[in-house]
Design a protein around this ligand. Structure first.
Ligand SMILES: Cc1cc2nc3c(=O)[nH]c(=O)nc-3n(C[C@H](O)[C@H](O)[C@H](O)COP(=O)(O)O)c2cc1C
Length: 171
């Protein structure tokens, strides 16, 4: 039986939720379970060895508010040892060029420090931001979607990323 994947997302205006649904559909079938982080508890993560984290960046370099609450109240006590973790976000590389997708970098740093094995890095080619906490060298630590400026690129970016995740998750 195929491994289950838990996708945990937060959203303020719905874009990251829509992207989460598109990622779920790209995996096909019912491999991916969607969890809104506003209703999730730490123990919900126990069900999965493969995790996808979805978080937009808000308020100039900050986590979306439900993720921010979870980060403050739950994350430090959790272990991600033995889990593969992939990250995606939606952001605005023109309006917030100095903080594009910072939330991905903040969450990846924290969760990898808790033992999570990061998978699903992507190239920064094709983006015009100036700075991002999500960038390491010439890669983002996850999938950077920008439906404010590049909505026409998102479907292909998701398709390519999901193909890579299938291999990284060994499913
Ligand atoms: C007040 C405000 C602050 C924002 N700050 C950032 C930011 O620092 N970095 C970024 O990449 N995007 C930023 N954005 C863009 C949002 O992350 C983007 O619109 C995202 O798709 C919203 O996702 P959601 O609909 O799932 O909440 C900001 C948008 C607003 C309105």
């Amino acid at each position: 039986m195929a491994k289950k994947i838990g996708l945990f997302y937060g959203t303020q205006t719905g874009k990251t939720e829509t992207s989460a649904e598109e990622i779920q559909a790209a995996f096909g079938g019912d491999l991916v379970t969607l969890n809104d982080i506003s209703n999730a508890s730490a123990s919900d993560f126990d069900d999965y060895d493969c995790i996808i984290i979805g978080c937009p960046t808000w308020n100039i370099g900050e986590l979306q508010s439900d993720w921010d609450g979870f980060y403050e109240s739950e994350l430090d006590a959790m272990s991600f040892a033995g889990k593969k973790v992939a990250y995606f976000g939606t952001g605005d590389q023109i309006g917030y060029a100095d903080n594009f997708q910072d939330a991905l970098g903040i969450l990846e740093e924290k969760i990898s420090g808790l033992g999570g094995q990061t998978v699903g890095l992507t190239s920064v080619d094709g983006y015009e931001h100036d700075a991002s906490k999500a960038q390491k060298g010439n890669q983002f630590v996850g999938l950077a979607l920008d439906d404010d400026n590049q909505p026409e690129l998102s479907a292909e970016r998701i398709k390519t990323w999901v193909t890579e995740l299938r291999s990284a998750f060994e499913i």
